[in-house]
Design a protein around this ligand. Sequence first.
Ligand code: MG
Length: 173
Amino acid sequence: MLFEKKLFPTVMAESFRDVTPEFVKGMGGRALICDIDNTLVTYDDPVPTDEVARWFDSMREAGISVAFVSNNERERVELFNSSLGFPAYPKSGKPKTKWIKAAMEATGTDESAAILLGDQLLTDAAAANFAGIRSIIVPPIRDKKTLFFRFKRAIEKPYVKKFVRIHGIYKRG
Ligand SMILES: [Mg+2]
């Protein structure tokens, strides 16, 4: 039960596409603290797809700030962010909260207005819960096939199932 509290996101959504500026604002969000890998693109996409770039445009136009907090390497994060120029924190060590707090500061938000978007309960949702912010979790776009990833997904699976059974999964109507 306690573990569940630390792993459950606020919302599960089918895709980042369903997380529109209106949806974020409806939650009272003014900043999105974004994971990159498997949340927005696959590990094999070095830069944002056109669709992801347009999605960021829509956030910007709506006045929603964005920052990246990624556990991936600096080079990956910097290249992905090069056309966007958002505050970005690589090698963040989520579920550690240090860089999430830095991202809140960089976006001028506090716990009530920052929302984390990610794809993993053990890193993303847990980090958000530890930092006292809300989170939106989407299913991974395409997982790595390493043993470590499979292990993490196996641990998450019953929690994902339970969450979806209780709260459902949001899809833009
Ligand atoms: Mg990820």
